[in-house]
Ligand binder design. Structure first.
Ligand SMILES: [Zn+2]
Length: 447
């Protein structure tokens, strides 16, 4: 263990770089400048680019023709620390206990990308240069939707041209188990409003004479699924890439199964689309979810009201090759066709992001797998997809035209976004080793 490296990591964690809170705007600038000073001291040409939001740090070594160009992405912004009372120690005063670092940003994402920074530093110290042309891009708005990143990439497309991107901002399936994520789900959001009478009505005087919008809403929502947990919207599964046999076999070996899902969720029993395991349902099958539902009286006691309207917020998790616009159009048609008599349905579509999948056996993925193996000796690399969405991965593909390798180092219980966020010291140093091995392997990916 290198104490100096650990101390620098802890210093980085002391910046309360909460991107969503305007009160911290200057903390983000200071954090970006601190990182830039570190990168400059390592000999990298480093620029802190202001944006309309928080700055983007870009660092490069001297690029030479004939070498592969690798971008490493990270984000120095963090989620708010609230609720503070639930932390065992202050979120921006990092504490080490039982060989875990506790602090906001320890796992998401400072620890993960700063390990790459230190790996780069070690290689530069020992060899005087890196085996690849490196672009390190660290932004400050990931936790608020990377609002200014796409424009930045488009404006600086030429200087950011690269052969591929590596990100450590996902998870490992278990401690000590190296993990390559080769797929992500997309998402599409919709809000549904069912409108009936012009105003709330007395349910004694009018109840029975008009359709109740809340009743109409739940009847409508109930048509989204069949009894076997399948989404019942016509054409919903048309473009879904079926799971391949090797994936189903590989995921059987993942040390996190249905019993763990039951344990972690605390649900009375598991339920989902028939014919799939929980991992398959969450990583490779699409869903329709009701995220919120409301309308009518919400106060204490009872009130005999017939609400004039009711609403629901829906999201759909998508898998390759579903397209958000296509799915939203199909759901809209489904809901409108089934709108109960006596009410009107209004539908607004919200944010969306495409699903992502890359080939885990491509030369670059194989290079990443060899690097993971070296960082975590003696364990086979788990090949997984993830149920969540990382929209920037699609932004990179759209704007720069390159694939992204997802080499996550966080553990399932890292509490990202929650109180007592943590990152194991051993994963931090594994990240340093991973970076060194990764740049070596990516320099000659077809070996
Ligand atoms: Zn996050």
């Amino acid at each position: 263990m290198n104490q100096r490296q650990l101390d620098e990591y802890l210093d980085y964690l002391r910046f309360p770089s909460v991107s969503t809170d305007p009160a911290h705007k200057n903390d983000l600038v200071e954090c970006a400048e601190w990182l830039a000073a570190k990168l400059r001291a390592m000999g990298l040409a480093t620029v802190v680019h202001p944006t309309a939001g928080h700055p983007i740090v870009v660092a490069k070594n001297e690029h030479r023709p004939g070498r592969r160009t690798v971008m490493i992405y990270g984000h120095y912004d963090v989620q708010p620390a609230d609720p503070l009372a639930l932390w065992d120690s202050p979120p921006f005063e990092p504490r080490i206990a039982d060989d875990y670092v506790f602090a906001r940003g320890s796992a998401d994402n400072k620890g993960q990308h700063f390990a790459h920074v230190l790996g780069i530093e070690e290689t530069l110290r020992e060899r005087g240069e890196l085996p690849v042309n490196l672009i390190l891009l660290v932004e400050g708005e990931e936790e608020i939707g990377s609002e200014h990143l796409e424009q930045f990439l488009a404006t600086h497309r030429d200087e950011l041209r690269c052969d591929l991107i590596a990100i450590s901002d996902t998870g490992m399936v278990a401690k000590g188990q190296p993990t390559l994520s080769y797929g992500l789900r997309g998402v599409a959001a919709m809000e549904l409003r069912v409108k009936g009478p012009a105003s709330d009505l007395h349910s004694g005087i009018y109840g029975g004479a008009v359709m109740n919008p809340a009743t109409a809403l739940v009847r409508l929502l109930a048509t989204l699924h069949d009894d076997e947990g399948r989404v019942a919207v016509s054409g919903f599964y048309d473009t879904v890439l079926p799971l391949e046999k090797w994936e189903r076999d590989a995921w059987q070996q993942v040390p996190f199964g249905d019993a763990d899902f039951l344990n972690v969720t605390g649900a009375p029993e598991l339920f989902g689309e028939a014919g799939y395991t929980s991992l398959e349902r969450t990583w490779a099958r699409p869903t329709a979810e009701i995220n919120g539902i409301g309308g009518g009286f919400q106060g204490v006691g009872s009130k005999t009201v017939l609400p004039s309207e009711a609403f629901a917020k829906l999201t759909f998790r998508l898998v390759p090759n579903q397209q958000p616009d296509d799915i939203l159009a199909k759901v809209r048609a489904h809901l409108q066709a089934r709108c109960p008599r006596g009410v009107r349905v209004e539908i607004d579509c919200g944010h969306s992001g495409e699903p992502y999948v890359t080939d885990p056996n491509s030369p670059s993925s194989m290079a990443a797998r060899r690097a993971l193996q070296q960082a975590f000796p003696g364990k086979d690399v788990a090949l997984i997809r993830e149920g969540g969405s990382i929209p920037i991965v699609n932004t990179f593909k759209r704007v720069l035209g390159v694939e992204t390798l997802l080499l996550g180092l966080a553990l399932p219980d890292c509490r990202a976004h929650a109180p007592n966020e943590n990152f194991p010291v051993e994963n931090f140093f594994a990240g340093v080793r991973l970076n060194r091995a990764l740049l070596n392997e990516l320099a000659h990916p077809t070996q």
